[in-house]
Write a protein that binds this ligand. Structure first.
Ligand code: PRP
Length: 190
């Protein structure tokens, strides 16, 4: 029994992901220069793989930092009440910041992060998200770089988990319903 047996289908294959990430990197290379010296902030845990591939496409000097956010309220969809598990190690005041997310769903997590960051007075803030699920949006959020729009399906892989598993899968896939129904989970996360 392999973890791949739990996957219904491949939604975005590895090569398609990598080509799009290269395009986003090229777009960023046109917008930022060494002088900007931006800070890429990876929102853990889901964005770790996107960050790792994106940063290797960038030709300007930049730093990376990490932040981990958890949503309260249980279940698998974001409640809008979030809490910081790991804060930035560096200061962002006066810095150009790029928030790197794996997916924007309801928009609550990003809204919280943007508000939190704005209070720290960065020079600018842009948002890069690999996936966007607009059908689930509850609050409007500005997105500057979007990899792919995805339907309201249970996407996993390439950093995105179900019950903390499947993050290592190198493509974006859709989980078999039986996997989360067996676990008694009736919501549609991610
Ligand atoms: C996911 C994702 C975003 C958030 C998006 O994180 O990485 O941060 O949910 O949902 P929202 O737009 O509805 O707020 P998750 O809480 O699954 O944590 P993880 O990245 O550690 O898996």
């Amino acid at each position: 029994m392999s973890l791949y047996d739990d996957i219904e289908k491949v939604l975005i294959p590895e090569d398609v992901l990598q080509r799009r990430i290269a395009e986003i990197g090229a777009e960023m290379n046109g917008l930022y220069s060494d002088a900007d010296y931006p800070m890429l902030v990876c929102i853990l845990k889901g964005a770790f793989m996107f960050l790792a591939d994106l940063t290797r496409q960038l030709a300007f000097r930049h730093e990376i930092d990490f932040m981990e956010i958890s949503s309260y309220g249980g279940g698998t969809s974001s409640s809008g009440v979030v809490r910081i598990l790991l804060d930035l190690a560096s200061t962002i005041e006066g810095r150009h910041v790029v928030i790197v997310e794996d997916i924007v769903d309801s928009g609550h997590t990003l809204t919280y992060i943007l508000r939190h960051f704005a209070a720290r007075r960065p020079a600018s803030i842009r948002v890069a998200t690999l996936l966007n699920k607009p059908s689930r949006r509850e609050v409007d959020v500005p997105l500057d770089f979007v990899g792919f729009e995805v339907p309201n399906e249970f996407v996993m892989g390439y950093g995105l988990d179900y019950a903390e598993q499947y993050r290592n899968v190198p493509f974006i896939g859709v989980l078999k319903a039986a996997v989360y129904q067996t676990a008694g989970d009736t919501s549609v996360p991610h």
